[in-house]
Design a protein around this ligand. Structure first.
Ligand code: F6R
Length: 244
C-alpha cells in the first residue's frame, strides 16, 4: 500500500526496469503482459521517463496486451492499439514487431484459431515474465468477467453490463459501446511468473477487499490471484481502505 498512485507507479516501473536490465545482461527477451485503462497510465508515463531520462532501452522487450474490444479498428480513438501507442509505444524504443495486441478486425469465424495462436506465441517466448493488471469494478482481470473459469483460454467474451457502463463515457453512450472483446484467459494470466495488479481510489476498495480477503470464486476472477505464488496487489490508500 502506497501513499498515492504516483509513488506506487514509480515503484512498479522500477521493478520492470530492473527485470528488463537483468534480461538484457542475460541476452534474453523480457516478456511483459500489459493492460490498458486508467490504472497503468502513471506506470507507462514513468517507463517513458526512464527511457528518455535514464536511458532504459526496451529493445529486448516483447509485449502482449491482455485484450481488445471486438469489433475494433486499430486506428479508432477507443482502440487499445491506439491507447498503447499514445501512452507507451510511441515514446520508447520497443520494436513495433514485438508488440502484440489482440486483433479486433478479424472475421468472427477466425477468432478461435487466432486466440490459440496468440497463446502459442506467448508460449513460444517461454511465457510471460511479468503481467500488469488492472481490476474491474466486478473483479474482472483482462476481460475475464464474473463466471470466468480458472482454466479459461484466450477467447471472445461478452462484456458485462457494468463493464460496458464503465466504458460508455469513452464511447459517447452505451449504445455505441462494444458488447464483446477478445481477452487473454485466466490460465495464461495465472501462468505468468510474476503478476502485479494496480488499483487506485475508493471506487476499487470493495472489490479489492473481495479479491484479496474473501473466498476464491469465479464470481470475482481477481480472487484467483490468491492462488498465484508471486502476485502482488499494488494499491493507494483509498483502494486499500476496506482491507482488514
Ligand atoms: C484493460 C483491462 C481491464 C482494466 C480494468 C480496470 O486492458 O484488461 O481489466 O484493467 O477494467 O480499468 P481501469 O484501470 O480503467 O479502472
Amino acid at each position: 500500500v502506497y501513499e498515492n498512485s504516483t509513488t506506487a507507479s514509480k515503484a512498479v516501473a522500477k521493478e520492470i526496469a530492473n527485470l528488463i536490465r537483468v534480461k538484457q545482461s542475460q541476452k534474453q527477451p523480457c516478456i511483459l503482459g500489459l493492460a490498458t485503462g486508467s490504472s497503468p497510465k502513471g506506470l507507462y508515463a514513468e517507463l517513458v521517463r526512464l527511457h528518455k531520462e535514464e536511458g532504459l532501452s526496451f529493445k529486448n522487450v516483447v509485449s502482449f496486451n491482455l485484450d481488445e474490444y471486438y469489433p475494433m479498428e486499430p486506428d479508432s480513438v477507443n482502440s487499445y492499439v491506439r491507447f498503447m501507442k499514445e501512452q507507451l509505444f510511441d515514446h520508447i524504443d520497443i520494436l513495433p514487431e514485438n508488440c502484440y495486441i489482440p486483433d479486433g478486425t478479424l472475421p468472427k469465424e477466425e477468432i478461435r484459431s487466432y486466440c490459440d495462436e496468440y497463446e502459442a506465441k506467448i508460449e513460444a517466448f517461454g511465457g510471460i515474465d511479468l503481467q500488469i493488471l488492472g481490476i474491474g469494478g466486478n473483479g474482472h482481470i483482462g476481460f475475464n468477467e464474473s463466471g470466468s473459469l480458472q482454466n479459461s483460454k484466450t477467447r471472445l467474451v461478452a462484456l458485462d453490463h457494468i463493464t460496458r457502463v464503465a466504458a460508455s463515457g469513452d464511447f459517447k453512450g452505451l449504445d455505441n459501446t462494444p458488447r464483446t472483446a477478445i481477452t487473454i484467459g485466466v490460465k495464461k494470466i495465472m501462468e505468468a511468473k510474476r503478476v502485479i495488479l494496480l488499483a487506485w481510489g475508493e471506487r476499487k476498495s470493495n472489490i479489492i477487499k473481495a479479491s484479496a480477503e474473501e473466498e476464491v470464486t469465479s464470481r470475482v476472477p481477481a480472487s484467483y490471484l490468491q492462488e498465484h505464488n508471486n502476485a502482488t496487489f499494488i494499491l493507494d490508500q483509498a483502494a486499500a481502505s476496506k482491507l482488514t
